[in-house]
Design a protein around this ligand. Structure first.
Ligand SMILES: C[S@@+](CC[C@H](N)C(=O)[O-])C[C@H]1O[C@@H](n2cnc3c(N)ncnc32)[C@H](O)[C@@H]1O
Length: 234
């Protein structure tokens, strides 16, 4: 087994023991083994069509992430294209006036899909430099995506990122835990109060929807089986 994989295994084990204790960790290991046994081949249809590499699941413990917030991040899993397009269908906006931001952009699949809608700018924020490099390579080589220099993945921790003062479409695919989400929403709220403008959130697997609903800025305007769409007070 390569050294990086062994290091990743120990980081994961240490985190699980700190959070769940010995009993909880053993239960988690059992669940993971069952999931691995059931796992089929990864969905590569999007990658095959565009000539990119966005598939697969990657544990954050297997990546070299400098931020201490790696413990609160959710592993890399790409958005299912059909769900993304269903979410986008809820937005009645002039896309070219908006900047799209994917918080926790991973390998950039969502950035490529958003580029096809003609947003003014498409920005990914990803704290794994390895994933960020892959995302930017994907942007550079994707077939049939008019990316140019208006699409980019920035290597940064979401808590340190400040959104531009444009009308915004914010994308979250359950990227991090509550403490990080709170900090990100606080920054966004401050930005929207300082410069009032139209803003939407597309939230896939919205496990922390209650946090957004509790903020004065955000109202739910749509939902599906596993997503919610929110709009900020203009
Ligand atoms: C579930 S994946 C979503 C990937 C991508 N948005 C998509 O939908 O295809 C979550 C991503 O968030 C990133 N992430 C987690 N915590 C982060 C943080 N604090 N700052 C930046 N990125 C983070 C992870 O590295 C991972 O790539």
């Amino acid at each position: 087994m390569p050294t990086s994989a062994i290091r990743g295994l120990f980081r994961k084990l240490g985190r699980a023991l700190r959070r769940r204790g010995v009993g909880g960790t053993l239960g988690l290991v059992g669940t993971k083994l069952r999931i691995m046994a059931r796992r089929g081949t990864p969905d590569t249809a999007y990658d095959d069509a565009r000539g990119v590499d966005t598939s697969g699941n990657i544990s954050l413990a297997d990546l070299d992430i400098k931020s201490r917030n790696w413990e609160y991040g959710v592993r890399y899993t790409p958005t299912v294209p059909e769900v993304f397009h269903e979410m986008m269908g809820h937005l009645q906006i002039e896309h070219e006036k908006f900047t799209f931001i994917d918080y926790g952009a991973g390998k950039g699949r969502v950035l490529l899909m958003a580029a096809d809608y003609g947003f003014r700018r498409v920005i990914g924020v990803e704290f794994s430099s390895e994933l960020c490099v892959i995302a930017n390579e994907n942007i550079a080589r994707a077939r049939g995506v008019a990316a140019g220099d208006r699409v980019i993945c920035e290597c940064a921790d979401a808590v340190d990122y400040r959104a531009p003062e444009d009308p915004l479409v914010i994308y979250f695919y359950n990227p991090f835990e509550e403490n990080i989400m709170r900090a990100v929403l606080e920054n966004l709220g401050q930005s929207l109060r300082a410069t009032r403008r139209e803003a939407y959130v597309l939230y896939y697997n919205p496990v922390l929807l209650g946090l957004l609903e509790a903020q004065p800025e955000w109202n739910v305007i749509g939902s599906g089986d596993d997503f919610a769409i929110l709009r900020a007070h203009a």
